[in-house]
Design a protein around this ligand. Structure first.
Ligand code: DP6
Length: 402
């Protein structure tokens, strides 16, 4: 068809952040709508270090919806992608019908081309689906002129994605309605609330996780009575305590709850039948290191949390970052020293006392950690105005295959 590529597509590019849960989501009560068995709470990581970028183009000339992820075309018929596309189009149609749409009605029937990339390795196990679906939903909403609450749609892409729709400290309220309308994310505090808080992602392994979170949590819901106890009797109280610790910037309380909740999540994985192991010997060594470090100082200066993989995410305060990073570097001597080992926010030099090294008293584990990403809390999804940052060219096809 000669006129195929004559019409200029409508193109929008946005970015969205990764989040790390300090009260974990694990288990669904409804698989299709992605409704959780407990509320959860997370910190949104800064997009300067970790983000997904998504470009969406619509055009009358597109024959079908298509998606390219990290340079490769993927199957658009994936049910979770379809849920997000269907829900955004439904809201856009609703707005058009009440005459409230910023988008001309013709473009509602247009097909979309979606292109998305992460600025971090997908295989590193850094919650890429959360940033990915948050970015997809946010960008589609901009394209179709949909405004307002979008976390309920991002949730239908991946549960944890609903929390990536906001910056700072975010809770996902489980809700109790059958249709999931009240299962939404909400900002607890903005990213500016606790400027001293720092986050270190300790990338222990670039291998893919053995059991994905979707299937892992299904088996846990079916088999773990510890998970049932956790959801009903532990998490509700922890949500209140965690919100309070964050509000008061009480690091010791925040840190203790974070570590206990990570440990309980991994205990439910072990209570799953057959059991699921996400932590490896490097993760266990990091856990010991953190507890020994805190004990040495007689106060909680550092906390760890682990998701469905062996990478540790460390929370600490700015003043402790240089020393703790050097402690990690000492006990996990890297292959590449210096700049390559520490990425992200700059970390000052520090010297370690013999007393501290002996106080920790662990056997060094060479090459246990590949690298550290130093970051902090950051904002929610943003629109990218600079057209040179678009991933699709003016014809609506990927600019370059990576
Ligand atoms: C351990 O959101 O990836 O990271 O809803 O099936 O897509 P689906 O699962 P997902 O699970 C995340 C689990 C977790 C804890 C958390 O982020 O709260």
């Amino acid at each position: 068809m000669p006129e195929e590529r004559t019409e200029q597509p409508h193109i929008v590019t946005c970015t969205a952040p990764v989040n790390i849960a300090v009260i974990k989501y694990w288990g669904k009560r409804n698989e299709d709508l992605i409704l959780p068995i407990n509320s959860s709470l997370s910190v949104t990581l800064h997009q300067d270090q970790l983000k997904t970028t998504t470009t969406v183009a619509t055009s009358r000339s597109f024959q079908e919806d298509r998606i390219w992820l990290n340079g490769k075309e993927e199957d658009i018929t994936h049910p979770r992608l379809q849920s997000c596309l269907r829900e955004i189009r439904r809201l856009a149609r609703k707005r058009r019908n009440v005459g409230d749409s910023g988008v001309d009605s013709a473009s509602l029937s247009h097909k979309v081309h979606i292109c998305s990339v992460n600025n971090f390795p997908t295989a590193a196990g850094l919650a890429s689906s959360a940033a990915g679906f948050a970015c997809l939903v946010y960008t589609l909403a901009r394209v179709f002129g949909v405004e307002g609450e979008l976390s309920g749609i991002a949730r239908q892409g991946s549960g944890s994605a609903c929390r990536s729709m906001y910056g700072g400290f975010v809770q996902w309220i489980m809700g109790n309605k059958e249709d999931g309308k009240d299962s939404l994310a909400q900002q607890v505090e903005p990213e500016t609330h606790w400027p001293e808080l720092r986050i270190l992602v300790l990338v222990a392994s670039a291998e893919r996780k053995p059991v994905g979170s979707t299937s892992g949590m299904q088996t846990s819901v079916k088999t773990s009575c510890l998970l049932k106890h956790r959801a009903e009797s532990v998490v509700p109280g922890r949500m209140v305590e965690m919100t309070e610790a964050i509000r008061k910037k009480d690091f010791a309380a925040f840190a203790e709850l974070t570590m206990k909740d990570s440990n309980q999540f991994h205990a439910t994985c072990l209570d799953t039948y057959p059991p699921i192991f996400y932590l490896n010997h490097v993760s266990q060594q990091i856990i010991s290191l953190v507890h020994r470090y805190n004990k040495h100082y007689g106060e909680t200066r550092v906390a760890y949390t682990f998701d469905a993989g062996p990478n540790a995410v460390i929370f600490t305060l700015q003043q402790h970052v240089p020393e703790f990073v050097h402690v990690v570097q000492h006990f996990f001597p890297p292959e590449t020293n210096g700049a390559d080992f520490i990425k992200g926010l700059p970390v000052n030099c520090a010297s370690l006392s013999e007393e501290l090294k002996q106080g920790i008293g662990l056997e060094p584990m060479p090459k246990g950690i590949n690298y550290i990403i130093s970051t902090k809390a950051g904002p929610g999804p943003c629109v990218v105005e600079d057209p040179t940052q678009q991933l699709l060219s003016s014809d609506g096809f990927p600019k370059k295959m990576m």
